[in-house]
Design a protein around this ligand. Sequence first.
Ligand code: SGN
Ligand code: CA
Length: 532
Amino acid sequence: MRTFIYLLFVIALFSSCKKENKEQEEPLFSGPYNIVYIMSDDHAKKAISAYDTTLIKTPNLDRLAEGGIVFNSAFVTNALCGPSRAVMLTGKYSHINGFRDNGDTFNADQWTLPKELQKNGYQTAVVGKWHLKSKPQGFNHYTVLIDQGEYYNPRFVTEADTLRPIGYTTDLITDKAIEWLDTRDSLKPFMLMVHHKAPHRNWMPNTKHLSLFNEDVPVPDNFFDDYENRSDAAAQQDMRIDDMFLSMDLKLQPDNYEKETGTGGGGPNFDPERNWKNIYGRLTEEQRKEWDAHYDSIGDNFRKSDLTGKELSLWKYQRYMKDYLRSIYSVDENVGRLLDYLEKNDLMESTIIIYTSDQGFYLGEHGWYDKRFMYEESFGTPLLMHIPNYSGPSRREEMVMNLDFAPTLLDYAGVPSLPELQGKSLRNIIEGKDSEWRNSVYYHYYEYPHGWHNVKKHYGVRNERYKLVHYYNDIDQWELFDLKNDPNEMVNLYDHPEYIDMVDNMKNELLKLQKEYHEPDSIVQKTIQKTE
Ligand code: SGN
Ligand code: CA
């Protein structure tokens, strides 16, 4: 039945284009929409020119945003890969969907968006990073990377096979996505999820882009943060650019330096040099030649320059940023390839396109890389949407979340939402139907003390102006920030006498959200104890 309705819509759309007399035009395509959901890994908003033109030009992402919507205040519920993906698939917070940190295994038997769409006549496919451990369910087709995946010559698993194509992963993921689009049943609506590995650590660009970004990149004002006036959690993380590995992060070879010095966030048993040897060893001879042609001289210069102290930190920052931006260049190029395909195949008028990241990332703010914290850089995430025939405002300020993706896409698919979904359909904002959008967002991060980077467990609430965070477990400290006067979150106002009432207000809001989202009592109690 759905197929039939879809076919009618397609016919209606086609005939509407042919008619000369405007008054007799059929209504524009109104669904069920196709969905192309593109998600990269660790892409900071600041590295998309639709948000900020300082670091990089991303013409294809901007092209997606043009005529569409740029969400300026999009957030994740838990700034880590697996948890974010699980939220997207289920429309529920980590404590409900059961996937709290990257050490968990996703319970794939639970309700998910692709299963629901499939049930309602959609064809579904996912290509790229998966990282949920259990086998994908609810997809007519999947080609996914194993675990984190590799930047070059990656291993993919499909429902039938293991593949190991030669090439650069961002290109290959797009190839596979286009192959699927080409072979799908074109009479049915579809949802295609394209999950890039890039620009995840260790930021390996395509060799053809190694010559880009040779100018130095501006250094954030708080790069040399001393973490004063913050909770101890900020000082005790292990994600400083200063502590990056010379080998796997900065791509030096062992003869370029005396000894590896970084801590790199992986704990004492992680062996960066062995890891780098494996990664580098995966390159084909030809790839290695192109790689070395670029990095050999960087290594030679590094050895000769004998950098120390701040100079060394800044050298690391520049090395990191250049590889990060080059990796994004390829993501942008490949988004362009996909858009070209959709345009050539007349799919733009019937397809919702989303570009987002599994969370934001630090590009030197507080001296950091990685994510996890509820500070703006990682809590925030890019969100660009193409909606066919959209003519509303191109920027939206409402606080939206990755929690909202499932309800939004159900809405555009014409499938009723489920009461247990915890997000809201963005269509309400997009079509101006909801004057009562949420005015605060709730966050909860769990991966501690296991996992990477030593970021303490915390939860918090943010409204338009203020943010309250509680670090717990082996610490019991709070932070309050005024985002208007202190956008870089450098001054914790929690103990400031002038903010006693504000702290109270924010705690009440926090409690309200914890109850609304059904946090377990053990968590709610941690807030209540502090409220009395
Ligand atoms: C890897 C990285 C970490 C990163 C986690 C989680 N180390 O373990 O730096 O925080 O992934 O990232 S690496 O040596 O493998 O690069 S996530 O995006 O998958 O959550
Ligand atoms: Ca990520």
